[in-house]
Design a protein around this ligand. Sequence first.
Ligand code: ZN
Length: 116
Amino acid sequence: MFCPNCKAEYREGFTKCADCEIELVDKLPEEDNTDYEIDPDIIFVEILRTGNLVDLAFIKSILDSKGINYFIKGEIMQNIRPVDPAILMVEQSEAEKAIKLLKNVKLTYSQFSFKK
Ligand SMILES: [Zn+2]
C-alpha cells in the first residue's frame, strides 16, 4: 500500500497515511518527474524562464492567440515579487513554432532555455 501524496509505503492492513491522512492506494501511478497535472501523453518542453510579469502576460497572449498548447510552471503570483522565475512549458510538437514567435518579440527579462 502506498500513500499517493507522500509516496510512503505501508504494510498490508493500513488504509490511511499517518502523515497525510488520506486513503492509501495499491499502486502508485507511474513515476514521471512531474509535480503538476498534465496530460501524460503530451510531452512538454521548457522554452524559457522569466521573472517578469509583463513578459509573462505578453508570452501568454501570443501563445493563446496562436492556439499553442502550453502551461506555466511555478507561475508568478500577481503583485508578489518573484523569487523563482516562471518556466514556460510548451507542447513538444509546437515548441519550435513557439520559439520562433517569441524570438520575434522583445522580452526584456526572459531567458530562453533551449539550446540551438
Ligand atoms: Zn502520505
